[in-house]
Every structure is written in C-alpha cells, then in structure tokens.
Design a protein around this ligand. Structure first.
Ligand code: ADP
Length: 260
C-alpha cells in the first residue's frame, strides 16, 4: 500500500533506514525477542548496518539480552540509540526508564505514540536492516504498532504447539489485514538435543512447520532447539557471544527476499 512509503519519508532526516522487518508472534513467551535479537546478531555478522527497535513496550527484553547498561541520551538532532558490543543500534523504552525494573503500564495509544517517536525522534543514521520486536499477539496493541511503522515484511515466530493450533493462522491473517508480506516462519523450541546421546527429542511433539509453511507459501527461516546455553547467554547479556548460527541461513534468505 501507499502508507508505508509515506512513513518512510516522514522519518527523521538523520535516519536513512532501508528495510524494516517486524518480528511477531501469535502469543507471548515463544521466544520472539530472542529470535529478533538473533536475527539482528546474524545480520550484523554479515557486516550490515543493523538496528533493533524494541516495540514490545510493556515487556522490553532486548537491552537485557545485549547487556546494555547505559541510558539513551538526547542530542541536538534527537535521541541517540545505544550501540551493542558488535555495533547493533538499539532503542527501547528500557533505555529511557530511570530504573529498568520500572513497569510500563501504558495503554495502547500511548504505546503506539512511543513507537512512532522511536521511528521519528531517534537519530538512527544509516541502517540497512531494522528489526522491530513487535508486541506479542494479534490484539489491539500489535495492530496499532503495525500502523505506526513502515514495516516491509514480517517474520512469524512460533512454537511447535502454535503451529498445530490456530495461532500462526491468526498472525498470517493479521499480516494480510495490514497488507504486509510474510518473509518467513521461525520455529522456536523445536527440539532438544540430548547432551548424553545426541538424540533429537521433539519435546512439544513432531514439527508441522514445513506443512504450514507450504500451505501459506512462505519460507521456513529456521528451527531453533531449546538450548540452555543460549538461554544462559541471553540472561547474562552476551547473546552476541553465542557461537551457534541457527539463523544464519534464514538471514541470508531474508536478504535475498528483500533485495527482490
Ligand atoms: P517472547 O519475546 O516471545 O515473550 P523471549 O524471547 O523473551 O519470549 O523468551 C522467553 C524466555 O525463554 C527467555 O528467558 C529466553 O531466554 C527463553 N528462550 C527462548 N527461546 C529459547 C530457546 N530456543 N532455548 C532456550 N531458551 C529460550
């Protein structure tokens, strides 16, 4: 549609953001923020200028995964994003709160207003790929945030259970309503590799992601196992030091898709 382009033009003159990728989930707690962070980490490993806009305003977890301790500060040009160790630019409400444990209890319109400001008032500079950690679910807040940003496409994160229930279908329908292309699906907590025998165990049942992806004609960008080492590195704020590359092929696919 026409709206996204208008929004692109309305961005801060000090921002040149080429592609905006929304990371969504049908419900909370499926690893959306973790996948959003890993996508950004992998994109940065490919030497692309990468940013994360944390639009999960009431549950912001991006700064913690990257171990960001400094607050964002203002400049004459606008608010400056905080850079991670490897140079991913991040803006999150947690970087603006006095105490990162302060709860954010705002209602939908205020949340959407904040996300709009993250787009218009932050000095992003040159960004090839901006990943947006969207609010979870397909409710009012997610829809309003969608309308606040020029999203070029979305990545849907789902657990194996979501893939059998209607949850992924809801996310697919939301994308259709918003007229936003689906770039791909990521299955999280897909399996667990037994540390003793190396056997892959489908903790939440057999995967149906390939069938669902085929049904909707969208690519599978990756399948992440339950990985206690990864969870630990997220908790310690060193996700960038994680050596696994579960999403490397997915990020390559994203780049190819967005170049078209
Ligand atoms: P969401 O954004 O969907 O609410 P998060 O990304 O915050 O979910 O993940 C919820 C919790 O589950 C976090 O503590 C995270 O580290 C953990 N987690 C998510 N995915 C995995 C995984 N594949 N392996 C291990 N822990 C995971």
């Amino acid at each position: 549609g026409g709206a996204p382009q208008d929004l692109h033009e309305a961005a801060n003159p000090n921002s040149n953001i080429k592609k905006v990728i929304g990371v969504v989930s049908g419900k909370g707690g499926v690893g959306k923020s973790l996948v959003c962070s890993m996508l950004a980490v992998e994109m940065r490993r490919r030497a692309c200028n990468t940013a994360i806009l944390d639009a999960d305003i009431t549950g912001p977890s991006i700064p913690k995964m990257f171990g960001l301790k400094t607050r964002a500060v203002g400049s004459e040009l606008g608010i400056l994003p905080v850079e991670t160790r490897t140079g991913v630019k991040v803006m999150s409400v947690n970087l603006l709160l006095e105490h990162e444990t302060d709860p954010v209890v705002w209602r939908g319109p205020v949340i959407a207003g904040t996300v709009t400001q993250f787009w218009t008032d932050v000095v992003w500079g040159d960004v090839d790929y901006m990943f947006v950690d969207m609010p979870p679910g397909t409710g009012d807040v997610a829809l309003t945030v969608f309308q606040s940003l020029p999203v070029d496409g979305i990545v849907i994160v789902a657990s194996p259970q979501d893939l059998v229930s209607m949850i992924v279908e809801k996310a697919v329908k939301m994308a259709g309503l918003m007229n936003v292309p689906i770039l791909g699906l990521v299955e999280n907590m897909s399996y667990f590799t037994c540390p003793d025998c190396g056997k892959k165990i489908s903790v939440f049942g057999e995967s149906h992601i390939d069938e669902i992806a085929a049904a909707y004609k969208v690519p599978v960008l990756g399948k992440l196992p339950i990985d206690p080492g990864l969870a630990k590195q997220c908790d310690m704020g060193v996700i960038e030091a994680f050596e696994g590359n579960y999403l490397a092929d997915g990020v390559q696919a994203l780049e190819d898709l967005l170049k078209k």
